[in-house]
Design a protein around this ligand. Sequence first.
Ligand code: ZN
Length: 425
Amino acid sequence: MLTNEQINRYKRHLILPEVGAEGQEKLLKAKVLCIGAGGLGCPISLYLAAAGVGTIGLADIDVVSPSNLQRQVLFGMHDVGEPKVEAAGKRLKDLNPDLKLIEHRVVVDSSNVLDLIKDYDIIIDGTDNFPTRYCVNDACVISKKPNVYGSIFRFEGMVTVFAPHLKNPDTGDQGPCYRCMYPEPPDPGSVPSCAEGGVLGVICGTVGSLQATETVKLILGLGRPAIGRLLTYSSADMEFRTYKVRRDPNCPVCGPNPTITKPIDYEQFCGAPILDPKSLEESKQEAHRAKAGPTEAKAAPDPSLDAQGLPPGYRLKPDWEVTPREVKAMLDKKEKFLFIDCRLPNEVQITKIDGSQLIPLQQLGQRVGELMPHKDDKIVVYCRSGSRSLQFSQALRQAGFKDIKSMAGGVLLWNKDINPGGPQY
Ligand SMILES: [Zn+2]
């Protein structure tokens, strides 16, 4: 069945008795869907295409932006602004012309997920938000398809295989699903995303490669799949650990008496959007600025801002917030007020507003004494995008401060309106 070209291309596989020509043919016939063509989807799809997986579906709505290139190894500068699935398609077809790559330029949600996964053998979760994870999980359990799960945050990652229709190879029990491990989503806003918390780029390669390995093992029926076992990776400590994950007999989707038998409203369930429309808009703007070069990037305030210099639809809380324009006017008039930056020192190195002093929100507890002499003074506090500064303001008001306000939209909005072209991070 294998052609001479295929025998040559895959000979390092063919020489493994556990793979051989039979295994390579299984790989060529396999159909795998990777949801997300980001930090994890890139190494996953590169290794699966290289391994000879015959059909790979990629689902992602985003475009390539320069800040992706720190970890998304499928893409280069010439792809900036292109839809990720298209740019990925070109690279993967170049890597392996045998590959049938199916591009799904969609947001995966409850309306399309069952249809999307139905023609694939294995689903890989390379997403970065809770509503999509629950959505992918439920659809995989309902459709009896293995879900090769991975996630990353800051310096850490984790990998497992959810497959309640298959057995844990160690115990012979049915494997768990994502809901068995996380029955409830976290409170909205309580867990920062990689965009907010950061991620060490190289760990995408580690975790994505492990997901690709588990996928290849499932296709080949090789070894012990990570069903019922969760592998965690701490890059800072160079430590891998494995934990047992048990199936919840009362699980609402994989238990014997399921209450969830079709996809539900995951945005409502998690209290968070599946796709933050702002983030797609930001990738497009970032790509546009990169293409325009430094001259145009310096041009003018963001034209989408409203008459007060706020993003469209922003609901300003006048008791609690001031706009960057109001702060600029106060600075220009040399008004007397205390101007506090409550971010972390590493963020100050990226961009800051002159005249502000740094008191990170995390240190407010110990340093509130420093601020006591200003209890009756006017205070304005800012952060990256305006949520930490609101917390800071609330804490100081509780401590009896009279006149403290948060700068709406943070330094990011300042850099769109007052200092256009200033860093967005
Ligand atoms: Zn379950």
